[in-house]
Design a protein around this ligand. Sequence first.
Ligand code: PMT
Length: 225
Amino acid sequence: ALPRDLEGRRVVVSAGGTREALDPVRYLGNRSSGKQGYALARVAAQRGAEVTLVAGHTADLADPAGVRVVRVGSAIELRDAMHAESREADVVVMAAAVADFRPLALSSSKIKKGDREPEPIRLAVNPDILVELVKARPTGQVVVGFAAETGDETGDVLHHGRAKLARKGCDLLVVNAVGDGLAFEVEDNAGWLLTAGGDEHPIPHGSKSRLAATVWDAIGPLLRT
Ligand code: PMT
């Protein structure tokens, strides 16, 4: 049987990818399926937590049992939902793949092909939601980030992960190596769990539910009593 160690805890998890509109029919997006974030939400609910899942674009996934699901499209919508939902939370987990940039201009009509050179797409920087959530958090709230890193060597991936943990200021960072057939879209995941205190634990290859359980095991001791 699963532990009920999250009984009475409120948690908010983000999942999936954001879509940044170019015009009424086109967007910039990413390959996140939402499977990792959904697994985190499902496992937390199974362990007794009251769970809100803020979901961007995902594959065709069923809502996890007993979880409240809030749907969003763009990074700005995700940000607004995360701020609203996280205020009273004990734990916030950002597993969503958030677009770092959005098109600077949103065309109100479909962009036409025309017969001249295409216009370059100009981009604006999106807010860093995780950094904002860390800054805005109430005392005692645990904030967890994910990091999707490419790198030829394990050392590179971990090096980027450590730098990202320091920059974002969260309590825990799960680092996934990404690339061909890794992390995004697939059923399994692996990586490292980095703590703000400087600990590093490898997470062996396994289902996204297994990884979720490992993350909740690491969060448990950080929760206020
Ligand atoms: O959805 P799946 O197909 O199951 O794939 C899972 C996953 C690979 C998407 C997931 O495990 C994962 O790694 N999610 C984070 C992906 C990501 O956007 O990483 P990042 O390194 O760009 O961002 C680091 C952290 O900052 C993340 O917690 C992200 O949610 C957050 N962020 C990023 C940019 C931004 N503007 N605001 C943010 O809050």
